[in-house]
Write a protein that binds this ligand. Structure first.
Ligand code: PAF
Length: 262
């Protein structure tokens, strides 16, 4: 049986090689991170903590799905050794030392979600301090989050290797997300326009494709340079299209390496 660790004190008695931080409501996307973690080390810890600091929208926080029993089963099936589900007091016992996300933290997701990245980095740093893993795995679905975490690890010289895991999609192309369960049937169909648009090779055509779906409201679409997270230029080695928008009031994100197939 998978072990459920509920407090920082209990966690402190154990060592884990690989860490997969999550906010729960686990799905096949998270399971792919856990499976990758298991390839990298024997003892894999999954954390489940819905971090209020990174929710600028209180409604989104209140509606965030909580499914601990199912999460334990999914984490175990994917190969996790233990799940760490701390309380708010365990994560934030005293005054909170906030990590700033810098200039890139104010772009794209950060422009629409004030304070989101600072809250996200603050909890990731705190969890890293508690768990002290050798390796941590994050999904490419939240590509800006992944970029900022790598930047933080570099700047703070944390002895942790960050490994990126590819996006896992539903069979019809929708990127897996814990928020997808909030889409109604019509919204679920509308959401497909996002991954469809990412099959195109230019931003103009992507815009046109997205505009054909009235159920989708675009927030941003950009082709960024993966090394700087700024708009790509002709010198950019690796370019990635990033998209965010809303369907049924549910925020959806996706991205894809330019020139990549499938
Ligand atoms: O990607 C997430 O689920 C969260 O942002 C993370 C990294 C677990 C921090 O709360």
């Amino acid at each position: 049986m998978i072990e459920l660790i509920k407090s920082a004190d209990d966690l402190a008695r154990q060592k884990f090689d690989v860490f997969v931080p999550t906010m729960g409501a686990l799905h096949a996307g998270h399971q792919s991170l856990i499976k990758l973690a298991k390839e990298k080390g024997d003892r894999v810890l999954v954390s489940i903590f819905v971090n209020p600091l990174q929710f600028e929208n209180k409604d989104d926080l209140a509606k965030y799905p909580k499914t601990l029993d199912a999460d334990l089963k999914l984490a175990e099936a994917a190969g996790a050794t233990a799940v760490f589900a701390p309380s708010y007091e365990d994560v934030y016992p005293g005054e909170i030392t906030k990590i700033e996300a810098g200039a890139i933290g104010n772009l794209y997701e950060g422009a629409s979600r004030a304070g989101h990245f600072s809250g996200m980095l603050t909890v990731v740093k705190r969890l890293f301090d508690l768990v002290q893993p050798k390796i941590a795995i994050f999904g490419e679905k939240d590509f800006q989050q992944l970029f900022l975490i790598k930047q933080m690890v570099k700047e703070l010289k944390l002895p942790i290797e960050i490994i990126a895991a590819p996006i896992i999609r539903e069979s019809d192309g929708l990127a897996m997300s814990s928020r997808n369960v909030r889409l109604d049937e019509a919204g679920r169909k509308s959401s497909l326009i996002i991954s469809k648009s990412l099959n195109e090779n230019s931003i103009t055509v992507m815009q046109k494709v997205l505009a054909t779906e009235p159920g989708f409201t675009l927030d941003y679409l950009e082709i960024i340079d993966e090394d700087t997270f700024l708009p790509a230029t002709s010198d950019s080695k690796n370019k990635r299209a990033i998209i965010a928008g809303w369907v049924n009031g549910v925020r959806l994100l996706d991205n894809k390496r330019m020139g990549a197939t499938a």
